[in-house]
Design a protein around this ligand. Structure first.
Ligand code: SIN
Length: 302
């Protein structure tokens, strides 16, 4: 069972005598804003980073305003949680490997395509455990990001669906997502470098023990749906398997599982990529939106 978190703002004392984090929950399902903290200070303070980790496990996505920090501090803060990884489709800051640039500009309209509900990089055998995203240029209006609580999405599934998906596995593909618009040779090269990964449809969060619905926009199909319990004839496999997958993927769209964040310059969001999905809304006029993301290496889902 996912435990509903409290509604009252909490104050968490850190090991510093002069500092206390202020935490305001943003919805009953997911997300909290953390105030009275500098991530540059947290970059140098393992105790403070541990407090933030505990808050991340409780709220799944944390928001911080006014973090006018150095890129080196963004990296150092994120490194408290693990190694960082680059992304094959998105360049990183040349001076700060692991800090990927998600830059949109009016000059590159072909690059406007934004997003689908997803967890980051589940096409890896070991998808990231978390990410820390900072806004370095903000559109005047629009460009929010939304997150969904996928432990809650699992908990709220009808019992017979939970039972049906308990043992299932699914394929996750960079080729079928980022590769889909590429010429065939490039697409095959991408697939050779990053073969599809197979993950349980229901994963267990390694720290909280929560069960999480773990299919998203990178998921192409179930790999072991074809057993007599599910499939009487071939029709059941094509229709039953893909309809069930689409239904599961659509659970992230349910507003009651979501939080939506309005970015400002130097706002930061940190999310637990093991139990959330996110969606960057492409509703801003042609203008700059520049985000920088540290992505923290994770474990193989089980
Ligand atoms: C991402 O998908 O990690 C980027 C989200 C955003 O740009 O808001």
């Amino acid at each position: 069972m996912t435990t509903m978190i409290q509604t009252a703002p909490a104050v968490i004392k850190t090991d510093s005598l002069t500092r206390s984090l202020k935490v305001e929950q943003l919805t009953c399902s997911i997300g909290a804003e953390v105030r009275n903290v500098s991530l540059a200070a947290a970059a140098r303070d393992a105790g403070l980073a541990a407090e933030i980790r505990a808050l991340l496990l409780a709220h799944k996505v944390l928001f911080f305003r006014d973090q006018d920090i150095e890129r080196s501090d963004h990296v150092a803060f994120s490194r408290h949680f693990g190694e960082l990884e680059d992304h094959p489709m998105t360049g990183s800051d040349p001076d700060h490997p692991g800090l990927i640039r998600i830059y949109k500009s009016p000059e590159a309209p072909a690059d406007r395509y934004e997003n689908a509900w997803h967890c980051d990089a589940t096409w890896r055998e070991k998808p990231p455990m978390a990410a820390v995203l900072r806004c370095v240029a903000c559109p005047p209006v629009g460009g929010d990001t939304m997150w969904a609580n996928m432990a809650l999405a699992y908990e709220k599934l009808p019992a017979q669906v939970q039972e049906q998906i308990a043992e299932l596995h699914a394929r996750h593909s960079i080729e079928a997502s980022f590769g889909a618009a590429m010429p065939i040779e490039k697409r095959h090269a991408l697939h050779a470098q990053f073969p599809d990964a197979e993950h349980p449809v229901v994963r267990t969060h390694p720290e909280t023990g929560e069960k999480v619905l773990f299919v998203n926009a990178f998921t192409t199909h179930f790999t072991d749906f074809h057993i007599t319990r599910h499939v009487r004839y071939g029709q059941d496999m094509t229709h039953g398997g893909s309809e069930l997958l689409r239904y599961l993927q659509s659970q992230a769209f349910i507003p009651e599982y979501q939080v939506r964040f309005r970015w400002q310059l130097n706002s930061v969001a940190m999310w637990d990529n093991r139990c959330t999905q996110h969606y960057a809304v492409m509703d801003y006029p042609p203008c700059h939106r520049r985000m920088e993301r540290a992505t923290i290496v994770g474990d193989a889902p089980f």
